[in-house]
Design a protein around this ligand. Structure first.
Ligand code: IPM
Ligand code: MG
Length: 365
């Protein structure tokens, strides 16, 4: 009997269902052609769950996520739910999944595929060969800190509050992930915070140093977040692993994504401890403006599944098969609209899925 790999598909809102549809096809292909046994369940998260059940994540769906080996998530949110209270917003469903599954380390690899060097907003020589790994802390910081809310002051003014909080253990466990990854890469970690204005940033820097001592073979440096944003567009290849908090990681990973050509290219893995599950999602959002048109780029989602094969299912050959197929399709000149370049062919979401599966077939034969 081959081992069963349990996957929960949470396609979500906007372009989520379209891009995840292509992931489903890749999973099906691998099941049929590589005698792998994927047990796939679908459920709702985000605005679609709110519309049906009144909450962005039901207890049943959370349980399905706990039971799965890997959760594949599309995207959540959209203008339709802009007036919903924060605790019921589509995003709250995603944040609850991250928190409840204890997925404290978010790996966001910004890798520039050679055929896309010209699609980047930076000069080709700045991004050619780019390979950065951002480790974003995912279950702490200002995303979850208390107190939070909007209150009315005695003078009638309104006051909005969010709180940036980090404890040593939260910083340590994220740092371990970064140092371990750096050990398998170029051996350098850049820890990023704002210790010039924030005590939580100073704590971050000091505790990163503490963990750094346990990894004498890894070079640890520190950078302020604003400078890091600037350096990412000035000289991105100076970075190997970037270790940073939840909010800075959110922002810096969007910048890093654009360096690679498009937000539609960047996958991510959200991992926890030994016994925790894992969730894989593209870093792009639900892109409601292009939803339902079959033009979104499914590559970030497909590469997120490749990350699941690498980190959860331990199938390095299949991981490489997908990554090489994506590279070959790009090399052939096929592009979705977001990564369009002169003299290339624009194709739809589903045609990109077709092309990637075809490339997988070709590599395998
Ligand atoms: C991301 C997204 C999410 C975040 C949103 C959808 C809550 O921007 O994964 O980068 O802010 O973490
Ligand atoms: Mg983001």
């Amino acid at each position: 009997m081959t081992k069963t790999h349990k996957i929960l598909m949470l396609a979500g809102d906007g372009i989520g269902p379209e891009v995840m549809g292509e992931v489903s096809r890749v999973i099906k292909w691998l099941g049929e052609n590589r005698s792998l046994n994927f047990d796939v369940t679908d459920a709702l998260v985000g605005g679609c769950s709110y519309d049906k059940y009144g909450v962005p994540l039901t207890d049943e769906t959370l349980q399905l996520a706990r039971d799965a080996d890997a959760v594949m998530l599309g995207a959540v949110g959209g203008p339709k739910w802009a007036d919903v209270s924060y605790d019921k917003r589509p995003e709250a469903g995603l944040l609850k999944l991250r928190k409840e599954l204890n997925l404290f380390a978010n790996l966001r690899p910004a890798l520039c595929f050679e055929p896309l060097v010209g699609a980047s907003s930076l000069k080709p020589e700045l991004v050619s060969g780019l390979d950065i790994m951002i480790v974003r802390e995912l279950t702490g910081g200002v995303y979850f800190g208390e107190p939070r809310g909007i209150e009315i002051l005695p003078n009638g003014e309104r006051k909005g509050v969010n709180t940036q909080v980090y404890t040593t253990s939260e910083i340590h466990r994220a740092a371990h992930v970064a140092f371990n990854l750096a050990g398998k890469r170029d051996g350098r970690v850049m820890s990023v915070e704002k210790c010039n204005v924030m005590e939580s940033g100073l704590l971050w820097r000091e505790e990163a140093e503490v963990i750094g001592k346990e990894y004498p073979q890894i070079k640890l440096d520190h950078m302020l977040a604003d400078n890091c944003a600037m350096q990412l567009v000035k000289n991105p290849k100076q970075f190997d692993v970037i270790l940073t908090d939840n909010l800075f990681g959110d922002i810096l990973s969007d910048i890093a994504a654009m360096l690679t050509g498009s937000l539609g290219m960047l996958p991510s893995a959200s991992l926890g401890g030994e016994n925790d599950g894992a969730m894989y999602e593209p870093i792009h959002g639900s892109a409601p403006d292009i939803a339902g048109q079959n033009i979104a780029n499914p590559i970030a989602s497909i590469l997120s599944f490749a990350m699941a094969l690498r980190y959860t299912f331990d199938l390095p050959d299949e991981t490489l098969l997908i990554e090489n197929a994506v590279n070959n399709v790009l090399a052939e000149g096929l592009r979705t609209a977001d990564i369009m370049q002169e003299n290339k062919a624009t194709i739809s979401t589903s045609a990109m899925g077709d092309a990637i599966i075809h490339a997988m077939e070709k590599i395998s034969s």
